[in-house]
Design a protein around this ligand. Sequence first.
Ligand code: AMP
Ligand code: MG
Length: 488
Amino acid sequence: MSFTLRGDDVCQPTPPTPLDDPYWVAFSADAGELIHIERGANGLPSDPQWLEVLAGNELHVGQFTFSNPIATAYSGHQFGSWAGQLGDGRAILLGDINHQELQLKGAGRTHYSRMGDGRAVLRSSIREFLCSEAMHALGIPTSRALSVVGSKQAVRRETMETAAVCSRLAPSFIRVGHLEHFASLQYIDRLQELADLLIAEFYPGCVDKKDPYLELFKEISSRNAKLVAQWQAVGFCHGVLNTDNISALGLTIDYGPFGFLDHFEIDHICNHSDHGGRYAYHRQPQIMHWNMACLASAMLPLLELKHSSEASQELLRSALEEFPEIYAKEWQHAFGLKLGLQSQIDGDTLLIERLLQAMHQSRVDFTSFFRSLSTVSKDSNPEEVSQRNLFIDRDNIDQWFADYLKRLQSEVSSDDSRRELMNQINPKYILRNHLAQAAIEKAQQDDFSEISILQQILSKPFDEQETFEAYSNPPPNDMERISVSCSS
Ligand code: AMP
Ligand code: MG
């Protein structure tokens, strides 16, 4: 293993706990290619031993031997408060292949399981699997999902459910919480080793900078700022943006009670346990900024190796101030493209904000509205634009469309070329909660076909897929409020 954390203050040897009579629930051959898993005619790995490995029952397959599976310690801030040590309570890192770490989630208890059973249920494993692969197809940085392996083994949550193991891949699963871990213990040498590892493996551009650790902070912060802007642009709510769930590589990780917006509600809360709405849609950028402030505190001792305490604080404070600027620029760029604008001019931000306000007021479906916007011709009469009918306040939306059409006329692009570009930006298909729920309910009856269908559709989110038109529709009214709990 080349990238992984080492040392018994941060990792513990942890063999997976065997899973009874495992079977395939889902497999991503596309993710499998990343680690050269050969695919058989049925779409599953041609070597059946992979099932045993991904269930946590074996450590050898073909040329690979995972001789040193580990669980790692991290700490973190949860819901705004310091939570102390957490760690991989149910994730076991098998090893790395071809620059990808392979992790089994739900493979049994670890040194860091605390009160937990180390398991994951089928429902949450399917959600993580589908969403990881869907996010990847949307072009959003994310850990990948390789498989879900099921079993009839019982797991107790609010009710009795069955266990599953979701295997996932990422160049590294190092989190902000890993840096906070060493900082909180004042293991400054170890903190430095970790920062050096991150620089050497993932941020090589920092090495030659005057202040490599300051640069590393800026890079991590910038990647996460851009990541949130991408989330906002597809209406993705992560649900649990605690610092232990924030990747040091700027990837979306730890899919739990996440949700994509159906109708637009700016303060939508997808996590049923988030009573205060800390992680609501509109708060994600601000919360990520707050998380980066935690990262800055954790990295302070590294700057103090070279500068006075005051100077170090000042350097990090001003680096942290770059976050809102990077985010705002990225957000405006992303939403400008959603509107089909190739250039950026003053007033665009206001145009976007006015639209979002109107969408919020009328609870307009986020994904299908943006998708449909490519059909608007810049020469139309605002009052003839069919999308106006989705809004309650017609005068307001007519004025908005009048301004939008004027703005489109100021661009050089033709309707056709704009339509083509917009359809590569505004997905037609996203993992709506009700779709995931339908696939889960079938899977709970041992029918995994719906998972494969969703996998297929969501791997091409920008394509028109006529056979699957219905999968682009907003949820039926009674399916709209599926709440997702943290207990997974
Ligand atoms: P999460 O909210 O999934 O990011 O989890 C927060 C912390 O709780 C992490 O340290 C997890 O490893 C741990 N955890 C969550 N579920 C379990 C479980 N079933 N068994 C052991 N640890 C768990
Ligand atoms: Mg987590």
